[in-house]
Design a protein around this ligand. Sequence first.
Ligand SMILES: *[C@@H]1O[C@H](CO)[C@@H](O)[C@H](O)[C@H]1NC(C)=O
Ligand SMILES: *[C@@H]1O[C@H](CO)[C@@H](O)[C@H](O)[C@H]1NC(C)=O
Length: 506
Amino acid sequence: MSILSILFINLCMILSIFSNNSEAKTFSFKETTIDDIQIAFKQNKLTSRQLVEYYLGEIQKANPILKGIIEVNPDALFLADKADQEQKSGALLSSRLHGIPVLVKDNIATKDKLNTTAGSLALVGSIVPQDAGVVKKLRKAGAIILGKATMTEWAAFRSGILPSGWNGRLGQALNPYVASADPSGSSTGSATSVAANLAAVALGTETAGSILSPSNANSVVGIKPTVGLTSRAGVIPISHRQDTVGPICRTVSDAVEVLDVIVGFDRDDFPATKKASTYIPHGGYRQFLKADGLKDKRLGILKDLFGSNDIKAYQHHFNTLRQKGAVLVDNLEIPNIDLVYTAIVNAQDIALVAEFKMDLNAYLKKLVHTRVRSLADVIAFNKISVSEKFKEYGQDIMVTAEKTNGIGKLEREALSNITKVCKYGFEKMMKVNKLDALLSPGADIASLLAIGGYPGINVPAGYDKSGVPFGISFGGLKGSEPTLIEIAYGFEQATHIRKPPPSHPR
Ligand SMILES: *[C@@H]1O[C@H](CO)[C@@H](O)[C@H](O)[C@H]1NC(C)=O
Ligand SMILES: *[C@@H]1O[C@H](CO)[C@@H](O)[C@H](O)[C@H]1NC(C)=O
């Protein structure tokens, strides 16, 4: 072969590399979306194994500092290979989550090598009877359980002074943006790990702020679905009346893709999932990812909710919302606000502690193997396995809950107060003002949404001077997810604020 022809061959090779690159951009792992991943799968530019290997590598690097992941699934690579095989044979190709690594909060049961502990040493080594309802749906869709996300122990229901993101098993999780900032909770690891690109998507759970608040603190999107829209079967509970499982992701569209898979009827969470399944739109939630989603939406702003500290940062967003066609209804007051407030601080607590004892005892009784069968057993276990940190944080909520005795006269009165203030407070305000959603800085409306089982979405909205993220939340009436998704997506597309955290938290 002449020198010239060798040169020519090399030139062709170089040219072909260039042309390949310009035809389809190479896959970028960081900040990738389900959409990017599915396209790369279809074009044979990426395998599920490569994706899982990437996340395992990132976890190895970052998790010793961030402590967002309490356990990695030892079978993750095996499951990825299986997904790749299925991809090749064309099975399950209609599922958007096929081959996608999902991190689930440590209170969501998985019947595999992973423990399900709510961050508690008391549940290490226990055996769950089956996958949680939402995990069954994930597996059926071909998703890969990558691991368990750390959380505030017992979803903050051990003690009133437990720091967010702390548990007895892993210690303190960090906010990946600013180490000294509150990482929030209780779905701490779901939010911090997705923010830091340690997983594609994650699941969190919320009873009163536990999805919206950590999403807000870690610059990710959290959807807190209407209670019952997603199954709570196999989720370590606080209250069947308020608990809900939802996605925590980097983008609204990823969160919506996960939502589409996990919603729906589950015979093990009956009748709640049956009732709420009437809210699920024909054709699912993706159709509401509309670029002009803000057009003609009536968004309520409560008087005094956006305090003077916040107003500057959010004023800019109010302008954007208006420019995109939304109508802002300002200076709203919730009718009977004093009663609403009392219900949130008093009645809710009375109801939750009683429900926690009943619901947790029922969960623990169903375990195949465990050293704790009741809340009383957990309290006793905590006392003997006492550590320094334990002494500091205590278990006062558990002790208070243990003293309750089901739903008696006081609890019935509390529940009836909650029902009334929801109907004549939030719901009345939404209806009288014909609102599509209520806006709030951060996750400030979480308690209001919690007591009524209403849905909400948090979207990244900025970073303060020290680089600490903050978001904006949109809340609405039961079943209003389609409208909330339109609004959240419209806001996200108009602002594109999210950026990944630095490689080490500041
Ligand atoms: C689950 O807990 C047991 C301790 O009982 C431990 O040996 C095991 O490694 C844990 N599983 C994972 C995946 O970390
Ligand atoms: C219920 O609300 C009434 C006021 O309407 C209040 O006096 C009472 O203490 C409340 N009860 C509970 C248990 O929250």
